[in-house]
Design a protein around this ligand. Sequence first.
Ligand code: HEC
Length: 387
Amino acid sequence: MRGRQERGELMLDPSLVKMGQNIARSLLAERHERSWSLSSHPAHPKSASPWTLQQRECEDGQTVPVISSLALGRPGAESRTGILRSSPFIARDTISFWICGHRGHPDQPPHKNNFVRLRDSQTGKELRRAYPPRNDRAIKVEWTLSSMKGRQVELEVIDGDSGPSFAWLAITRLDPPAAQVDSFAPSAAHGGLLEGLARVLLVSAPADLRDQLKAFLPSLPATSPTLPTSKERSRLEKVIKKRVGSFELAQPRMENGKALFKTHCASCHQVAGEGALLGPQLDGIGARGAARLTEDILDPNRNVDAHFFLTTLTLKNGTSTAGFVRGESGEVILLVDAMGKEYRIEKSSISASDTLARSLMPSSFEHLLEEDEFHDLLGWLLSMRNQ
Ligand code: HEC
């Protein structure tokens, strides 16, 4: 154990992992009660959330906290996009707020991807819109709403600019009491925490929690999986259907299922604390149901997540390292190899990078497991529902 730690492997104390899981669950639960909700921008569904709190100056000289989409200090801060929505409130005569930020590089004509708008909560119709002033200092915007007084409305702050600079906006000093900078503070802190937790728990959390945390993982460069031919696709489809169908009549032998897991799967997956964490932990995976699990096992390339693409980095000194990119921070790439060992690699030291857009999980279980063995394994996995 000591030897492994000295080699710098990613060793997480099981009690810490458990604590992380509990914190993530309570943060996720609380988020729904806040007055601001976050969602991804439809044009950039994979971006990590940009929203954070900062101090900025206003045109009248005051320096105040603003809700900003410039997630300073986080990977890809400027490029991040997203939508921040207030909880609904009743329109009064006027509403006002202060806005700063940008609409693309100052040398370029302004784009319309970053703005704040007021929407009718019932119909979703846009009622008013304001663009950032192309300035770091905030200006005041005031809307007269007498014609729509009494209607239920909500404010939306939209960052749809995925560019590398002049790509953020921020809002502050809001007048509708329903949407305040203060009420945003906890969710902002939560966002950062959840991002960290999502990374740590990427493999070491039960399936349902991992699914919820996926939204907080930093986005990775899009590489689409190398898809099998349509002929192979429809063949696999048939095999999966057949196995799911015959499972309904099967009487799985649980002990045998458990043993098969140990033989074929535990080298990469952990259940109830046993096995490796090269692939995701499978506690609670039974909740997915027989059809989806059969798909996961027999066609691992179908739902593969970019965080599990195998990347080989060739360094300028001639050596190379293969593993999963688990994140980036500044000039460093975080790579975890097949043994769980963590590497921090300076981007400047890399001469070539090659990503294999396929799951590391073998796609041979259709042949490795006889039909009755498959049923035993599936039956046992389906019993993993508690947690
Ligand atoms: C060589 C390592 C390896 C082996 C062996 C392996 N897996 Fe996987 N498995 C992975 C990786 C990596 C992923 C995540 C990437 C992906 O979705 O393909 C994964 C994903 C999965 C998922 C989906 C999990 C999720 O949260 O989406 C299931 C279910 C699964 N494996 C079950 C099994 C079972 C059952 C076996 C044994 C029959 C097995 N795996 C064998 C590496 C492996």
